[in-house]
Ligand binder design. Structure first.
Ligand SMILES: Cc1cc2nc3c(=O)[nH]c(=O)nc-3n(C[C@H](O)[C@H](O)[C@H](O)COP(=O)(O)OP(=O)(O)OC[C@H]3O[C@@H](n4cnc5c(N)ncnc54)[C@H](O)[C@@H]3O)c2cc1C
Length: 536
């Protein structure tokens, strides 16, 4: 990195949108790497590239994590199902990454106990053997040991499990995290390593040199409508479900790489899954795995795998998905959830790599794919949240070769992620902020009213809104309620109630007027309507 680059990257290394915009908009030199897309994949690539010393620009059309990366099942896992499909290498890779992520972000990744309830004599030994193998594959990166448990012990660990016909259970362990928070922490990590990262910056065109090789991107600051042109040695397309539309900016007739598939989740009250143990159902009636997990004091149930043709930025669970999850949960829970129990529901789109002509998206590979078009545009897609780091390492290795960048080793295996803290539980409801929690506590010490919950149903307070606006590039009410906090995903009605206060706090921080606040509320309420359960 040249001296001027270094100085400007140091200036840009805190998460401040104006500084990032200035840096991105005024740089005349080509960037080593421009990344399109600010989800798990793009953020991971930005951390990897910047920490190798490559000048790095990431452009996200909406907020960081707006796409699939805030809509996952929140598991850091090897994927029991992939073992069943015989994809041992994918499981081993993911289990290793699970271990690395727990070490690099201990404030966000925790061990979660699962029980597979058995309702036939053979299920215990059958799943017991499979889950033992799963545990063994993690080697030195292992979590807790798996074991068979009696019917009584199953009922003790899962007080609301359906007791009718229950014969026992199998215990195993996996990882759990908060996806949107890890994403924001990855963006901060990349910024700390010198990357420039912008939300609300949509890539609208890819330009090519005389040889037909992509050498610059045109992007728009969505807040002002102003457009910019940035040159790059290599452009990485990390746009998940949008991979093909960005590829089409370079080659209008490029053959599709992605088969989109939607997955929905329901959020219920904690009383449906009291305690700290999750349920894993290894075989639903459509041959999938389903989870019910404790998450942020609620119960998260999902997911589905529904082939779709369109890829909206704000997908909405389909009626049949909601019914299917409720029915399946009802088979395993003594107190059966109904539509009226749904506090929030959300959907995400899997960017599965296309293979052959399979119409069954559940059977498509979850491996990641790196594809280089003849224009030199490098697209990385597929994979899982859990494997984002390994995907990024692979991607930057290939991007560096393609762009002839100086050799530089990947260091992310041992790189602490922003917020790293080994004892974050001491921060109570602020534990997910890890090392940032004391700064939020200081805001509350200075003004105790900032520590009051914004709604009695959720633990979030005004200090978090101020923090998100000042330090985490939150720009809208939705950014705060959907991704800096998880209010919208946990309880959509509570999030709606919080919105006016959040709009007023944010307007103060961003120096906006009453009309902006009114527009924000209207926009947020429209989005929130997609999270509130419809009555069948
Ligand atoms: C229902 C479901 C459950 C899942 N559960 C798990 C799980 O428990 N554990 C796990 O490990 N994995 C899980 N996954 C997989 C994981 O969530 C995804 O692999 C991962 O989030 C994909 O991230 P991404 O960055 O590739 O895509 P995205 O998060 O969608 O990011 C792509 C980004 O590109 C941006 N973009 C698009 N076009 C442009 C443009 N023109 N200019 C700028 N930006 C643009 C979008 O706005 C978007 O933010 C799950 C997936 C789904 C769908």
């Amino acid at each position: 990195m040249e001296i001027l680059d270094l100085v400007s990257s140091i200036l840009a290394n805190t998460m401040n949108r104006s500084t990032m915009l200035k840096h991105a908009g005024t740089r005349a030199l080509p960037w080593d790497i421009i990344i399109v897309g600010g989800g798990a994949t793009g953020a991971g690539v930005a951390v990897d590239a910047a920490s190798r010393g490559y000048s790095t620009l990431l452009l996200e059309q909406h907020d960081f994590g707006k796409g699939t990366s805030s809509r996952s099942t929140k598991l850091v896992h090897g994927g029991v199902r992939y073992l069943e499909q015989g994809n041992v290498s994918l499981v081993m890779e993911a289990l290793k990454e699970r271990g690395l992520l727990r070490r690099n972000a201990p404030h966000l990744v925790s061990e979660l106990q699962f029980v597979v309830p058995s309702y036939a004599w053979w299920e215990g030994p059958f799943y017991g053997i499979g889950l033992k193998v799963y545990q063994m594959l993690s080697g030195k990166y292992g979590f807790g040991p798996s074991q068979l448990i009696s019917k009584e012990e199953t009922l003790r660990r899962l007080p609301n499990v359906n007791p009718e016909g229950l014969t026992g259970g199998v215990v195993y362990y996996d990882g759990q995290f908060d996806d949107a928070r890890l994403l924001i922490n990855l963006i901060a990590t990349a910024a700390g390593q010198g990357a420039t990262l912008l939300n609300y910056a949509k890539v609208t065109a890819l330009r090519k040199d005389a040889d037909g090789i992509v050498d610059s991107v045109t992007w728009m600051d969505v807040e002002t409508g102003e457009t910019f042109e940035s040159a790059a040695r290599v452009v990485v397309n990390a746009t998940g479900p949008f991979t093909d539309s960005v590829r089409h900016l370079a080659e209008a007739d490029a053959e599709r790489l992605i088969v989109p598939s939607q997955g929905a989740h329901l959020v219920l009250d904690r009383s449906f899954l009291p305690g700290d143990t999750a349920i894993m159902v290894p075989h639903t009636s459509d041959g999938r795995v389903m989870f019910a997990i404790p998450w942020h004091g609620h119960t998260l149930v999902g997911t589905t795998d529904t082939p779709i043709t369109d890829t909206p930025l704000e997908p909405i669970p389909l009626d049949q998905e909601i019914d299917f999850i409720l029915e399946t949960a009802g088979l395993y829970l003594a107190r059966k959830p109904t539509r009226g129990d749904i506090l929030s529901h959300f959907a995400g789109i899997r960017p599965l790599a296309k293979s052959g002509h399979s119409s069954n998206t559940a059977a498509l590979s979850r491996d990641h794919t790196i594809h280089i078009d003849k224009s030199g545009l490098l697209s990385i897609t597929g994979g899982k949240w859990t494997t984002y780091r390994n995907m990024a390492e692979d991607c930057v290795n290939q991007a560096a070769t393609l762009a002839n960048l100086p050799d530089s080793q990947c260091i992310t295996r041992t790189l602490n992620i922003h917020g790293h803290h080994n004892d974050a539980s001491t921060f109570g409801p602020l534990s997910f902020y890890g090392a940032d929690a004391p700064a939020i506590q200081a805001l509350i010490r200075a003004d105790a009213t900032l520590g009051q919950p914004l709604d009695p149903k959720l633990p979030y307070c005004a200090a978090e809104v101020i923090w998100a606006a000042r330090e985490e590039m939150a720009r809208t009410v939705e950014d705060i309620l959907a991704r800096r906090t998880r209010a919208l995903f946990l309880n959509a009605q509570a999030a709606r109630r919080m919105a006016p206060r959040v709009a007023s706090l944010l307007a103060q921080e961003l120096r906006r007027g009453p009309q902006w606040q009114a527009d924000q509320l209207a926009d947020f309420n429209q989005i929130a309507a997609g999270y509130v359960a419809r009555n069948g």
